[in-house]
Design a protein around this ligand. Structure first.
Ligand SMILES: NC(=O)c1ccc[n+]([C@@H]2O[C@H](COP(=O)([O-])OP(=O)(O)OC[C@H]3O[C@@H](n4cnc5c(N)ncnc54)[C@H](OP(=O)(O)O)[C@@H]3O)[C@@H](O)[C@H]2O)c1
Length: 325
């Protein structure tokens, strides 16, 4: 039997998403969770035990120094992404950093430069880019199935609470709707239509100076995207892409869609089911493995330039709504 050469992962910041990600990592037979690190050793030990990982550290530095680890998944709050990604890359590790990769465009540039300088793979963990429905819809649009895109409507909204979702309401951690979830509808508009000619954004701010909800219009030469993000109300989280010949509706919640519907001239043409692997994170992990095995420092599906472009769009909105981090 052929021996599988497993890619050895480390995870830092053992919170909500780290747990979900580790579950999906377990589904891949060519992945190994080699080490985990928390600021709290007891938490690291519990996490390691839960996921059959042999090494648990009480500092992120210790994991950076672990020679066995090949790639580090950075699952910490937004404000720490830049420093920790650069440290990982400078320690010779590949890095997958949670979205949004940075709180400013200039920080994002530094991260990409660190990847190039150290010749190590780096990707912003934009898992939705690897969602099977999103991938197929992008191909359908590129093939002209719905004609020219005229209108995109997408949102990401849920009712958060200051006690249960402290990170989201904490300005020091880069909280607020735009940076946490607004990046998703912006991502959809960007992958389908590219960088807009003009952006108009309005927000309702919290007393802590983070945005509770933000609505955005992205203006293109012959299309518009109307996008919304909120941490104070629920929405049905559907995404609609309307073109000159037909439209596509991604199943809710669209950022982890398990299928989509295609309408041509208002007739329902097809209902396509495309299940995700695990919770949906395995797809981006497979891409990391492929890139590392092919000695690529970036993915062609979610490239360094893609992340920089999105970061630039977010920065423009951040300035318009006067978010000051
Ligand atoms: N892709 C997705 O679907 C998805 C979903 C949710 C979140 N995210 C992203 O993942 C990142 C983490 O989000 P999360 O929801 O997992 O957050 P979380 O539950 O608060 O976990 C974040 C972890 O970061 C570590 N950390 C380091 N410095 C910290 C600080 N100053 N304050 C608080 N925690 C600190 C902590 O781990 P230790 O105590 O172990 O050091 C904490 O458990 C964010 O970038 C978020 O946008 C992505």
């Amino acid at each position: 039997m052929k021996k599988i050469n497993k890619i050895k992962w480390g995870i830092i910041g053992l919170g909500n998403i780290a747990n979900q990600f580790a579950n999906d990592l377990m589904l891949l037979e060519d992945a190994e969770l080699t080490a985990v690190a928390s600021r709290d050793l007891a938490k690291a030990n519990d996490f390691a035990q839960k996921f059959n990982c042999t090494k648990a550290y009480d500092s992120y530095e210790a994991l950076f120094a672990d020679e066995e680890v090949e790639i580090i998944y950075i699952a910490t709050p937004h404000n720490s992404h830049t420093t920790l990604s650069i440290k990982a890359l400078e320690n010779g590790k590949h890095a997958l950093c949670e979205k949004p990769m940075a709180l400013s465009y200039s920080d994002a540039i530094q991260m990409i430069e660190a990847s190039k300088k150290n010749n190590r793979f780096f990707m912003e963990a934009f898992w939705t880019r690897f969602n099977p429905s999103v991938k197929e819809v992008l191909q359908q649009v590129r093939n002209g199935v719905i004609g020219d895109i005229k209108y995109i409507n997408a949102d990401f909204a849920f009712r958060g609470s200051e006690t249960e979702n402290q990170r989201l309401f904490d300005k020091n951690l880069g909280g607020g709707a735009l940076f946490d979830i607004g990046v998703y509808p912006l991502f959809l508009s960007y992958i389908l239509l590219g960088k807009p000619n003009e952006i108009v954004a309005k927000a309702i701010m919290h007393k802590n100076d983070i945005d509770l909800q933000t609505s955005m219009i992205l203006q293109y030469e012959s299309a518009q995207s109307i996008l919304h993000a909120s941490i104070v109300s629920n929405s049905d989280m559907k995404a609609v892409i309307a073109g000159s010949k037909g439209r596509i509706e991604l199943n809710s919640p669209w950022f982890v869609a398990d299928g989509y519907s295609l309408f041509i001239n208002e007739e329902k043409e097809a209902v396509i089911s495309l299940p995700v692997l695990g919770k949906g994170y395995s797809h981006e992990i497979i891409e990391c493995h492929n890139c590392i095995r092919n000695n690529q420092i970036e993915s062609k599906y979610w490239s360094h330039q893609n992340s920089l472009d999105l970061s630039g769009i977010v920065e423009e909105i951040k300035n318009q709504i006067k978010l000051s981090f």
